[in-house]
Design a protein around this ligand. Sequence first.
Ligand SMILES: [Zn+2]
Length: 261
Amino acid sequence: MNLHLNINLADSYKSNSQKARILTEDWAKQNTYCPNCGDLKLYKFENNLPVADFFCKYCNEEFELKSKRGQTVGNKINDGAYSTMIERINSENNPNFFFLTYDNVNWNVINFMIIPKHFFVTDIIEKRKPLAATAKRAGWVGCNIELKKIPQNGRIFLVKNSKIINQKAVLSEWKRTLFLKNKKGSSRGWILDIMNCIDRIQSDTFKLRDIYAFEKELSLKHPDNRFIKDKIRQQLQLLRDKGIIEFKTRGTYKKIDNENI
Ligand SMILES: [Zn+2]
């Protein structure tokens, strides 16, 4: 993997956003591998198809690429029409998202991250204000992907702060998330909620009471559930079975860091 963008390709483009699109797409095509199966090449869809940007010929996973200038990934990714995004999430033919940040002085990739599609729930999509009546597309409603609402386990870096992450570690991190694929609707929502609560606990080990501290917040989000504590314990057991956390002594849990696997 070479972190340098091939700026020669951008010579004939005037607009910065077009340049960025050309350079980052070319970079991804040349440098990335499939995080699902490890195949060393991804292929590009034809430009005029209303689908994702890349696909893997070996395992058929599809990927969309978003990029922005900057040193950090930030909290939000600007995306297309809100209604289309919600439709895609609900129909579950949404692609996985690659997210890339670059610097436009030296033209290097700084971060390159994948968010597996099974982390996409309507919760993480923010509706933007409709475009003003004076705009070309007046009334059009776009959306943001709220990265901060995606659990740590769903933000898998291939390049982090200009450092290339070992491919084996990336594949194993990806693999650890696959159990979510078979979970639908509110059952997936609950797991993601508890993963987010765990992320918000500062230390690596924690007690049951640390998670119970989120009971009120969770009950507001799930008003129909009267047994929040039971639900929390059920999710913790599942996350233990899937290798996200481990149970230490009774009532004490530990987050499993992927690098230790
Ligand atoms: Zn693949």
